[in-house]
Design a protein around this ligand. Structure first.
Ligand SMILES: [Zn+2]
Length: 106
């Protein structure tokens, strides 16, 4: 009998794949006007990232509200503006702002 061995590298890769899959599902549900399920998927993705210490990729970080963790769709339940080199996201759910500065890549 051999014991199942899952090393930590494999674990983190699996966690990342699950996070990406969950955000894809969330975006599909949000475009179908099913925000309850989209919010649930973002909650699960966040929990996985916290449990396995995997950071959420940058492209998905803008997809949910930092304050209430609901899924954001531009012009449906959120507003995206650019000002002074920052992206300003307004969440219509909790009526709070999130500011993300640009990074100049050289
Ligand atoms: Zn919010």
């Amino acid at each position: 009998m051999t014991k199942k061995t899952i090393n930590k590298k494999n674990q983190k890769q699996i966690a990342l794949k699950r996070i990406q899959g969950l955000f894809e599902l969330a975006s599909n549900k949000a475009t179908d006007d099913n925000f309850e399920l989209a919010d649930r998927y973002t909650h699960i993705a966040r929990k996985i990232s916290m449990k396995y210490l995997v950071p959420i990729p940058n492209e998905y970080k803008r997809c949910f509200c930092k304050h209430c963790y609901c899924y954001l769709l531009p012009d449906v339940n959120s507003r995206f503006r650019i000002k002074n080199g920052k992206i300003i996201i307004f969440c219509k759910n909790c009526k709070k702002y999130t500011r993300i500065p640009f990074k100049n890549k050289k």
